[in-house]
Design a protein around this ligand. Structure first.
Ligand SMILES: [Zn+2]
Length: 476
């Protein structure tokens, strides 16, 4: 698995393992399934190896696997491990390091809308602390460039290094590298990037990936002809974050239109982008929020979780939704994906189950992107599907409505009625206590409508078997 150049990178990064351990680490990085059995020491070594190779432009595992499988496992075992809280170093080059003009930190990462909302809640609390109006704050969203991090103080250009000490790479400007969009020098932090299309058309035959090329642009040795040409063609540039296209506005607008804004900003530039950066612009609040050793608290990266896995379907369970549509839920052989153990996935509708052959024994590709129950992306090996004839809740005969199998018994189907009542309280937000279990109990006692729930007294709740305290809470 490791080539000579891989070994050279590990040597330069001072990662020296015994041959035995290196063999175990190699195997662990090649096969995620070994992670549960791996010792802590091997897991940490695997992370160090993967990180060093990634930073040197020779990745051996995908970013998603690194984050969600290996790093996540370390987080589970040792939440305080320094690897989780340090700025990931850029590759080590021979040559001396110098103090950076400013500390360059990493960015905290979020993989779901909920993570982003939690971050905003911390901002809101901090704003209240210093008497600022959260609703008046400006949020800014920019593409998260996946290039080579550097800092331009107008005189010198530095690598990020360990965030405090970096290396002088001003030579890349002497080689003719331009600031993106004919921008000026001295605009601070940014990334050395190369145009995606240009890379595909002119550089892909010389470099495995853009990261590889970006790392090569800064090397001390003289550049190859095609690298110099990419610089002369202004395809490779230094892109200061200050010049990035952005969205800005108040939190209420951002969260109301979150997916659309993220998609729009993500695709605004023709460089490799691996997420978007969200931040606030209010200087006093930024100062008040400050930073950890690892990241600024006023800024967060939103990344999509693109991990996929191939898994076997054990069976498909029909579930009646509040609209009467029957949702096919595939029970799976338990699989670790994005650091979570998954055992169920949904198909869009029963037409898909029939057309694609999602039956017991089928092999499917699963993708997880933040939601609790992932969706089936693709069927790799179909199997004979099972289509239910009757509603699993009320037993009524099912009928087809375009692609959907539905239970037409809207007025008396227990699943439809309880799911509707549950949905009502979920949308209402102050749904304290009215979860699935409570609704199920109420249904058993003949409650069919939300207004009937509102009419109940504490005594009536108690007579249904709820405790006195809970009954009082439910009334309130
Ligand atoms: Zn039914």
């Amino acid at each position: 698995m490791f080539s000579d150049s891989h070994r050279q990178i590990l040597d330069q990064a001072n990662l020296n393992f015994s041959a035995d351990q290196l063999a175990r680490v190699t195997e662990l990085l090649a096969n995620q399934a070994l992670i549960n059995a791996a010792g802590d020491e091997d897991l940490i070594a695997a992370l160090e190896v993967a990180n060093a190779l990634y930073r040197a432009g020779a990745p051996i595992v995908s970013d998603a696997d690194y984050d969600f499988v290996y790093l996540n496992e370390l987080k589970r075992r040792q939440p305080e491990h320094p690897l989780l809280h340090e700025v990931e170093p850029e590759p080590v080059f021979a040559g001396k390091t110098v103090d950076l003009p400013v500390v360059m930190l990493s960015t905290d990462k979020a993989y779901s809308r909920e993570d982003i909302e939690r971050w905003a809640a911390r901002i809101e609390k901090a704003a209240a602390d210093i008497g600022e109006d959260f609703r008046a704050l400006t949020f800014k969203v920019t593409p998260k460039l996946d290039g080579y991090a550097a800092y331009d103080d107008g005189q010198l250009l530095y690598t990020r290094g360990d965030g405090r000490k970096g290396q002088d790479i001003t030579r890349v400007f002497e080689r003719g590298l331009q600031v993106a969009g004919q921008g000026a020098r001295g605009l601070g932090a940014g990334e050395i990037v190369v145009g995606r299309r240009y890379f595909d058309e002119n550089l892909a035959q010389h470099f495995d990936n853009p990261r590889n090329f970006q790392a090569s642009v800064i090397k001390e040795k003289e550049l190859e002809e095609h690298a110099l040409k990419a610089i002369a063609d202004h395809a490779a540039v230094f892109f200061p974050f200050a010049l990035l296209p952005h969205w800005s506005g108040p939190w209420s607008e951002l969260i109301a239109d979150f997916e659309a804004i993220v998609q729009d900003i993500w695709h605004k530039v023709d460089y490799d982008v691996d997420g978007v950066i969200l931040e606030i612009t209010d200087e006093p609040l930024k100062q008040y929020l400050g930073a950890t050793r690892h990241h600024h608290r006023w800024q967060i990266a939103y990344k999509e979780n693109l991990a996929t896995a191939n898994v076997k379907v054990v069976s498909v369970t029909p579930q009646t939704s509040r609209s009467g549509r029957i949702t096919p839920v595939a029970e799976l052989e338990p699989t670790r994906l994005s650091g979570a153990l998954l055992s169920r996935a949904t198909a869009h509708h029963y037409k898909m189950v029939v057309d694609k052959g999602i039956g017991p024994g089928a092999l499917i590709r699963l993708a997880r992107s933040g939601e609790v129950i992932p969706k089936i992306e693709e069927v790799l090996e179909p199997a004979e599907p099972e289509v239910p004839a009757h509603c699993p809740s009320c037993g009524h005969e099912l009928i087809w409505d375009n692609d959907y199998l539905i239970c037409p018994n809207n007025l008396a189907c227990p699943a439809q009625i309880s799911n509707s009542m549950e949905h009502f309280f979920r949308v209402l937000k102050n749904n304290d206590g009215f979860g699935a279990a409570t609704i199920k109990k109420l249904y058993e006692y003949g409650i069919r409508r939300v207004d009937e729930i509102y009419a109940l007294t504490a005594e009536q709740f108690e007579s249904m078997g709820f405790g006195p305290k809970q009954s009082q809470n439910l009334v309130e």
